[in-house]
Ligand binder design. Structure first.
Ligand code: FES
Length: 358
């Protein structure tokens, strides 16, 4: 009975429609863009980002729906039973070209010096839609101040006002540090310095070079990098990262893996920007044993033997409660579990804590 109810409910939730003359099924509440993507049909987008609520600001995703005079944005229009959608036509092509031209009126063509070159969504679409000139004459926006943190640089003149950064700051990170406000030169992104924590989510979702990383600026070109997926070393959450490695084998950027749990692309300021310690000259590479005149390098075997012998001596002299352990917050849960097991079961004390406050 229960299963039949579920079956009936799921049948009621199925919507049948046609996209580019192909029979497609979608779930109730999905947008035309989501239904097309699930069916393997590509619709161009610029402001849309799968981790964010639809924004509908760029008009690149326009599609024609049979029976409606005007094309509509696929990213904000929900599917409906029996509709027939066209994603490609001469009219749509021209509309998308016009949308790009409107954006390019104010967007500087400084691709040779922009770090986003090669991975810029606007650059790719401009090329795909063959936009070679911008005939519109609009007053150029002027910006007097730009926002900078230790890690992020804002290039307001490159901003296409897609609002992905505003939505990501609010919906993904929950900081609400970004907003769009009307200034003397029209709308622009404004950053509340007190709320910004430099997490870099705005940089990750920016489709152009409007928000960039300061740290590795102009040191690399995207097409010369390779990526390696790894787990963030900073805490036990296990966020999935992509390390971007330049042609010299050095990490130049870290981004979150958008389709992977547990972070779904999101990273904190440490995970995203705290990687240069890897190349520090001061990095410890071997254990150090303290002696009268300071430290001397030792092998792991020697260091671990020293720790074990010292533990044994202290336990013999003062009992197991004279020893305490603090497990590192960067450890995974399993390592912390083993640490408390070692202290309770082997050493024989409950003096064990975890520095999960970093
Ligand atoms: S992607 Fe739909 S309006 Fe921008």
């Amino acid at each position: 009975m229960h299963n039949k109810y579920k079956e009936k409910k799921s049948i009621m939730n199925v919507i049948r429609l046609k996209i580019d003359n192909k029979e497609v099924t979608a779930r109730k509440g999905q947008t035309i863009l989501e239904a097309a993507t699930d069916a393997g049909i590509k619709i161009p987008t610029l402001c849309y980002h799968k981790q964010l609520s639809p924004i509908g600001s760029c008009r690149m995703c326009v599609v024609e729906v049979e029976g409606y005079a005007d094309p509509m944005a696929a990213c904000t229009t929900p599917v409906a039973e029996g509709i027939s959608v066209l994603t490609q036509s001469d009219r749509l092509f021209r509309m998308r070209q016009d949308a790009l031209r409107m954006i390019l009126v104010n967007h500087p063509l400084d691709c040779p010096v922009c770090d986003k070159a090669g991975v810029c969504e606007l650059q790719n679409l401009t090329f795909e839609y063959g936009v070679t000139s911008v005939d519109y004459q609009l007053p150029k926006r002027k910006y007097t101040s730009a926002y900078r943190t230790t890690f992020i640089e804002h290039f307001p003149e490159r901003c296409i006002l897609c609002l992905r950064c505003v939505s990501a700051c609010k919906e993904i990170q929950g900081h609400r540090a970004l907003s769009m406000e009307n200034g003397e030169n029209g709308p622009q992104i404004v950053i509340n310095r007190d709320k910004c924590v430099s997490c870099g989510e705005c940089v990750q979702v920016c489709p152009v070079g409007g928000m960039l990383e300061k740290k590795s600026a102009t040191k690399w070109r995207s097409w010369e990098t390779t990526t390696v997926r790894t787990t963030c070393p900073y805490c036990g959450v296990g966020c999935q990262q992509l390390l971007h490695i330049d042609k010299n084998g050095k990490i130049v950027q870290v981004t979150g893996v958008e389709d992977a749990e547990p972070n779904k692309g999101r990273l904190c300021v440490k995970g995203r920007y705290g990687f240069d310690f890897i190349y520090s000259e001061e990095r410890l590479k071997t254990p150090l044993i303290r002696e009268k005149d300071g430290f001397r390098e030792a092998s792991w075997d020697e260091a671990l033997d020293l720790v074990a012998d010292t533990f044994k001596r202290i336990i013999k002299e003062s009992g197991p409660d004279a020893i305490a352990g603090v497990s590192c917050a960067r450890s995974i849960n399993e390592d912390s579990y083993q640490m408390q097991k070692l202290f309770r079961a082997v050493i024989g004390t409950n003096n064990i804590d975890h520095c999960a406050r970093t």
